[in-house]
Design a protein around this ligand. Structure first.
Ligand code: ADP
Ligand code: MG
Length: 143
């Protein structure tokens, strides 16, 4: 399997519940390494641009407003098969459909406030990482 990088966001609901550490532990406990991270309060323009792919969806405005309702913790995580592995750890978009033991099953309360974002493919991972991080902000580790 290839070493990949993916973008993960702990959304405002989970930051507010003070479970940043528990969520990042899920990554670390599953051999995914945090290689860049920052806590930020997104601007409306940033949230609109980040979720532009959903701009025609009925939930777009609610999604943008939720994402700017408080700080978010944004990280690049790296490891074998990181993109799919992160999606598996996250669980389904709707927490009521998320498998037991996944981040969304354990920490999310609704499809609107579902605790985490994770890139869904190699191309989006690259775009989303570049949206938030300069190359020099991403750390290299000796594994
Ligand atoms: P995911 O975050 O699992 O990749 P999507 O990319 O489909 O899911 O949607 C992006 C985000 O938009 C979701 O995480 C969720 O916060 C919100 N969302 C998606 N579908 C709905 C919906 N039907 N109603 C409300 N919010 C939604
Ligand atoms: Mg998505």
């Amino acid at each position: 399997m290839a070493i990949e990088r993916t973008l993960s966001i702990v959304k405002p609901d989970a930051v507010g519940k003070r479970v940043i550490g528990k969520i990042l532990s899920r990554f670390e406990d599953n051999d995914l390494q945090v290689v860049a991270a920052k806590l930020v309060h997104l601007s409306k323009v940033q949230a609109e641009q980040f979720y532009a792919v959903h701009s025609e969806r009925p939930f777009y405005n609610d999604l943008v407003n939720f994402m700017i309702s408080g700080p978010v913790m944004i990280q690049v995580i790296e490891g074998d098969n990181a993109i799919t592995k992160n999606r598996d750890l996250m669980g389904a978009t709707n927490p009521s459909e998320a498998a037991a033991g996944t981040i969304r099953a354990d920490f999310a309360s609704s499809i609107d406030e579902n605790a985490v974002h994770g890139s869904d493919a190699a191309e989006t991972a690259e775009q989303e990482i570049a949206f938030f991080f300069k190359p020099e902000e991403i750390c290299e580790y000796t594994r």
